[in-house]
Design a protein around this ligand. Structure first.
Ligand SMILES: CCCCCCC[C@H](O)CC(=O)SCCNC(=O)CCNC(=O)[C@H](O)C(C)(C)COP(=O)([O-])OP(=O)([O-])OC[C@H]1O[C@@H](n2cnc3c(N)ncnc32)[C@H](O)[C@@H]1OP(=O)([O-])[O-]
Length: 266
C-alpha cells in the first residue's frame, strides 16, 4: 500500500501512486480520456517523481496506464483553442520533459495506446516493456501539428531515419511486435502480466546500489547527446567516480569473499 506520509501529496487527481517494495508504481488515472496528458497530470507526475527521486526508500520507478491506454497523447481538448503567442508566452511543454532529470531508473509498462505525447513520455523512460495489445504512434500530423516533446528526436535515435519518417509522416501506429523488431521496446508480454513483469525487473534494479544505478542511467543517456569519443571519456570519469563509493569496495570485496554484497548506497 502507498505510504502517504512519504509524499507531500496524499491524493492525486490524475495519477495513482503505490509503493511495491523499493519500487514506486505510478499509474495514470484518466480512463475517460484514455489517459490523455493534461497539464494537471504532468504537474502531478513531475511532483511525485521528484519526491521519489529524493526518497532513499525507492530504487526505481514504474510508469503505466490502463489496459486500454498507456496515454493517448497530449490532451487535444486542452490545446484546441490555444494561439501561437499563448503557447509561446507560457512556454507550453517546457516542464513536460522534467522526467528526463530524474536520476532513478524509470521503466514504462505500455498496454494499449501510447500515442503522441504518450509515446514521447514512454521514450523518455529508460526501459519500455509492452503488452501484446500495445500500439505506438506519433499521429500529430493528422491533427495539423508535429510532435512537441522530443518525439522526432528520440524516435530517429531509436529506430533510424526511414522508420522515424514513415511513422511521423503517415501518423500510422505500429503494434507491439513491430516495436520489438524496431528495438523500441525490450520485451512483449501478455497484457495481464505486464505490470507484474515490469515490477519484477524494477525490483531487481532497485536491489543494487542506487548511486551506481544512477551513474549507469546517466552515462547511457548522455550517449544521446554527445559523440563516441566524448562519451567514452564521460564513461571513464563515471567509472573512476565509483571508486569514491563504499558500494564499489563492497561489491568487489563480496565477490572475492564469495558472499552476497550488502549495499549502503554510499
Ligand atoms: C510527456 C510529454 C508529452 C508532451 C506532448 C507534446 C505534444 C504532443 O507531441 C502532441 C500530442 O500528443 S497531440 C495528441 C496525439 N494523440 C492523438 O492524436 C490520439 C487521439 N486519440 C485517438 O485517435 C483515439 O482516441 C484512439 C485511436 C486512441 C482511440 O479511439 P477509440 O477507442 O475510438 O476511443 P475514443 O472514443 O476516440 O476516445 C475515448 C475518449 O477519450 C478522448 N481522447 C482520446 N485521446 C485524447 C486526447 N489525446 N486528448 C483528449 N481526449 C482524448 C476522446 O475524445 C473520447 O472522449 P469523449 O469525451 O468520449 O469524446
Amino acid at each position: 500500500m502507498f505510504r502517504k506520509s512519504l509524499f507531500r501529496f496524499s491524493t492525486y487527481n490524475f495519477i495513482n501512486v503505490t509503493q511495491k517494495g523499493k519500487v514506486a508504481l505510478i499509474q495514470f488515472n484518466r480512463p475517460k480520456a484514455l489517459n490523455a496528458l493534461c497539464d494537471g497530470l504532468i504537474k502531478e507526475l513531475n511532483q511525485v517523481t521528484q519526491e521519489i527521486d529524493g526518497n532513499p526508500e525507492y530504487g526505481s520507478i514504474v510508469i503505466t496506464g490502463s489496459e486500454k491506454a498507456f496515454a493517448a497523447g497530449a490532451d487535444i481538448k486542452e490545446m484546441q483553442d490555444k494561439s501561437f503567442p499563448q503557447v509561446q508566452n507560457i512556454q507550453m511543454l517546457a516542464s513536460w520533459e522534467n522526467l528526463t532529470n530524474i536520476k532513478k531508473p524509470i521503466l514504462a509498462a505500455v498496454n494499449g495506446y501510447a500515442l503522441g505525447g504518450g509515446f514521447e513520455l514512454a521514450m523518455m523512460c529508460d526501459i519500455i516493456y509492452a503488452g501484446e495489445n500495445a500500439k505506438f504512434g506519433l499521429p500529430e500530423i493528422t491533427l495539423g501539428t508535429i510532435p512537441g516533446c522530443g518525439g522526432t528526436q528520440r524516435l530517429i535515435r531509436a529506430v533510424g531515419k526511414s522508420k522515424a519518417m514513415e511513422m511521423t509522416l503517415t501518423g500510422e501506429f505500429i503494434d507491439a511486435q513491430t516495436a520489438l523488431s524496431y528495438g523500441l521496446v525490450s520485451k512483449v508480454v501478455p497484457v495481464q502480466n505486464l505490470v507484474d513483469e515490469t515490477l519484477k525487473v524494477a525490483e531487481k534494479i532497485a536491489s543494487f546500489s542506487k548511486p551506481v544505478a544512477a551513474l549507469i542511467k546517466d552515462t547511457i543517456n548522455e550517449a544521446e547527446n554527445i559523440g563516441l569519443r566524448e562519451g567514452v571519456k564521460y564513461e571513464r570519469k563515471a567509472f573512476y567516480s565509483t571508486f569514491a563509493t563504499q558500494d564499489r569496495k563492497e561489491g568487489m570485496s563480496a565477490f572475492v569473499e564469495k558472499r552476497k554484497p550488502s549495499w549502503t548506497d554510499n
